[in-house]
Design a protein around this ligand. Sequence first.
Ligand SMILES: *[C@@H]1O[C@H](CO)[C@@H](O)[C@H](O)[C@H]1NC(C)=O
Ligand SMILES: *[C@@H]1O[C@H](CO)[C@@H](O)[C@H](O)[C@H]1NC(C)=O
Ligand SMILES: *[C@@H]1O[C@H](CO)[C@@H](O)[C@H](O)[C@H]1NC(C)=O
Ligand SMILES: *[C@@H]1O[C@H](CO)[C@@H](O)[C@H](O)[C@H]1NC(C)=O
Ligand SMILES: *[C@@H]1O[C@H](CO)[C@@H](O)[C@H](O)[C@H]1NC(C)=O
Length: 447
Amino acid sequence: MFGSPRVFQIVKIAAPFLLAVWFLGYVISYKSAYNGVVRQFKDERDLFLSDFLEHEVDGSLDGRGIAELCAGKRWSPGLMLSCEPPSGGIGQVKNAHLNCIRFAIEMGAELVTPRIIKRSEKDIKVVKPHNGNGPYKGEPLDYFFDFAHFNQTMSKFCPQMKIHRSMDDLYQVPSVLNGYETNLEKLHTQIVNGSVITNVTVWSGQLKSFVDEVSPPAKRTHPVRFHLDVTNWAFPTSAHNPTFVQHFGRILRIREDARRVSASALYNMQKRFQLQLDPRHGLKSDTFAGLHLRTERDAEHVFPSFEDQAAYLLDYVTSSKARVVFMATGADESNVTAFAERAADFDVTVLLKKDLLQEEDLNVLKGFTWDQRALVDYEIMLRAGLIAGPSQSSFAWNIALRRNYAAGASEGTLQVNTSAHIQWQDGHSTIFGDSEMGPVFRETVWP
Ligand SMILES: *[C@@H]1O[C@H](CO)[C@@H](O)[C@H](O)[C@H]1NC(C)=O
Ligand SMILES: *[C@@H]1O[C@H](CO)[C@@H](O)[C@H](O)[C@H]1NC(C)=O
Ligand SMILES: *[C@@H]1O[C@H](CO)[C@@H](O)[C@H](O)[C@H]1NC(C)=O
Ligand SMILES: *[C@@H]1O[C@H](CO)[C@@H](O)[C@H](O)[C@H]1NC(C)=O
Ligand SMILES: *[C@@H]1O[C@H](CO)[C@@H](O)[C@H](O)[C@H]1NC(C)=O
């Protein structure tokens, strides 16, 4: 039987195939073994840094929600949207930019990449040092975010949208030098709670009729630009597909040099306190606590007093098992020292980013502006086991909501003996205080 020509035929056909399968398996297992060997020889610190840069806290970006939204729109070549550059910190700017992009998607427009107004370096209370406005003002997107990542992600998931780096790239298109001003008021969009769009479907219709009225498509022979005022805390995220909500904000990733400094700080913290902070694995509450103390000069009269914030933060951390605190703040040294001294009575060590960095990274940090330094705080807070921050802070809300997605099912909430009002609490994050803006942030912050 064995020698029969039929069996021989089968073997002749199957052998190269089996050989190919075997070879492929060999290559795959060799490759993973190879990667394992490389990991062993790579410097531990370099490995931590590259793991951090390659793995965001909330895993890989799933663009299906973005793709679905973009695919459902009517796109008009030559129709452009630019947006007034927002000012302030990462929490404010990120949300305003995302709203700008959300408008452009709805319009089916090309996007002029939004810019950012830099705060006065002399006086941090002055968030908008120059009165001029328009799409040429401010710093490019890279001031906070990674432009290449933004462009690549949008090209991949929303290829319908053409992205222009800046107005400077459009100098040969004179028809877009002047833009048609627009904002929610001009669209007659109904809002509640100061800024929240009541009905996103109705807004969409209003936006389209406004555009068609101002620039009737039939008469549009040249490219045309609309210019949107800073529009923040506007979209109820719940009116969107959950996959979109979870991943939309990820198109704006913090610039790489700030992420690298954050990674260094976390590595140094891990070494110094024997914590398990592997950037490839999610959040574990028994690592360190990140506390956001917001008592800088620009926060007066908006945020609770130092005493009130410090009292809650101290209650919070002493109720937890964490004995290492990372303090995200630009507050006066006296505030930090006062807090650190009280915390020391409970055997809790309080650290700022400068305490966790050495020469080279410290120089990068010193080269940053005030708001750029907060980007480092943002990335470290994302990775903490526990965080707490005041309800007046869109920075704290953004971090808490993003961590909620990153952590998945929560581990049960921390019981804090406090008289403070709590606006958000899950197994990893707490927002305290009674700001009226709290519910609005909760509704409209894209994580
Ligand atoms: C954005 O990415 C696309 C696709 O890779 C590329 O063609 C385009 O030139 C990029 N745009 C800018 C402004 O860099
Ligand atoms: C407005 O705010 C109130 C109170 O914070 C909240 O209950 C309500 O859901 C908000 N409504 C909308 C549409 O945002
Ligand atoms: C929004 O308005 C549309 C059109 O008037 C209506 O069909 C829809 O039910 C409204 N949605 C909500 C959430 O009120
Ligand atoms: C905390 O900082 C504020 C604002 O700079 C200052 O007014 C206050 O005296 C400080 N309190 C302590 C205890 O350091
Ligand atoms: C909570 O704090 C109050 C006042 O500081 C104290 O009297 C009470 O015993 C505390 N309760 C617990 C459960 O620690």
